[in-house]
Design a protein around this ligand. Structure first.
Ligand code: FAD
Ligand code: FES
Length: 276
């Protein structure tokens, strides 16, 4: 059992929790995730390691309430216990001094975006973070990003905070301004990552994307997280979640993510009815 030691609402339906999980904190690296199960009858869901503290033995997660399990996790408070936490899982993000690195993060891609930005900065890169959100009320982790970025460019879809537009518009402007960019890392909605990859491919900029397929065991056994990269089948939980974005079949990923939409809708409606 893993005790929740901190909790905060960062934005509507987006929550931060700190959990005691020394075995994960000890070995965690940027880009990795955990698979958790709330209780004996719970399903397994993957969440990214946002931050961790080896001394305290704690990990921090940021999640958006989108369906049954994330809504239920949102009701857990400090002192409550999560049944299982397995991790750290996945390959850590490959980090080196590339020169100038740009992180393109959308929505709740921000926790991974932050962990990778921090690691790239510590490796000596000049780091430019482009973080996009739907609107002002959904902007999260701004102060955290500021501390680990040389430049932070925030954008909102509706222009209610800083500037109006998509992260991909900002990336394009940056490239068109003549800025030399050596590496791009992207995480967030699949459509955003696909457009980032299309843009950087034209300019030959090495680009990695953190993929978010449905995962069940998180250890390469079930095949749920199958993705196609460079025409080959890969399992995102053990071969990824980061892959060369120019090789990823994003259309297949988008299709596979919606495969259980009807069942997910029924599960959430049933859960909300039970707790009301
Ligand atoms: C490696 C990885 C890291 C992730 N990190 C974060 C994070 O830090 N914060 C965050 O808010 N979300 C993260 N996600 C997505 C998160 O796992 C899903 O939002 C969650 O599983 C939804 O479960 P649910 O029961 O609440 O919703 P459901 O109603 O079951 O599903 C809603 C949508 O979430 C996705 N989803 C459902 N089940 C899974 C599953 N088992 N694995 C992956 N996706 C699923 C599907 O696209 C689905 O349509 C991550 C996903 C992956 C693969
Ligand atoms: S989640 Fe089962 S193989 Fe990756």
């Amino acid at each position: 059992m893993f005790e929740i030691t901190g909790k905060k609402e960062l934005a509507p339906h987006i929550k931060w929790i700190e959990v005691k999980a020394p075995h994960v904190a000890r070995a965690a690296k940027a880009g990795q995730f955990v698979v958790l199960r709330l209780h004996d009858r719970g399903e397994r869901i993957p969440l990214t390691l946002f931050r961790w503290d080896k001394e305290k033995g704690t990990i921090e997660l940021v999640f958006q309430e989108v369906g049954k399990t994330t809504y239920e996790l949102g009701t857990y408070n400090v002192g409550d216990k999560i049944r299982d936490i397995v991790g750290p899982l996945g390959m850590p993000t490959h980090v080196e001094n590339f020169g100038t690195a740009v992180i393109v993060s959308g929505g709740v891609g921000a926790p991974i975006g932050y962990a990778v930005t921090k690691a790239l900065k510590e490796a000596g890169n000049y780091v430019i973070t482009i973080a996009g959100f739907r609107s002002k009320e959904f902007v999260i982790l701004e102060d955290e990003f500021k501390k680990v970025s040389d430049e932070l460019l925030i954008t909102t879809d509706d222009g209610s905070y800083v500037r109006k537009g998509f992260t991909t518009d900002v990336l394009k402007e940056l490239i068109d301004s003549g800025k030399k960019i050596d590496f791009v890392f992207t995480v967030g909605p699949v459509i955003m990552m696909k457009i980032v990859a299309d843009i950087t491919k034209k300019y030959g900029i090495k680009t990695y994307a953190s993929l978010n397929p449905i995962m069940v065991d998180g250890t390469g056994m079930c095949g749920a997280c199958r993705v196609t990269v460079g025409g080959e089948i890969k399992f995102a939980c053990v071969d990824g979640p980061d892959f060369d974005a120019h090789q990823v079949d994003f259309d297949e990923l988008m299709m596979r993510l919606t495969e259980y939409r009807d069942e997910e809708k029924i599960a959430l409606e049933k859960y909300l009815k039970e707790v009301q």
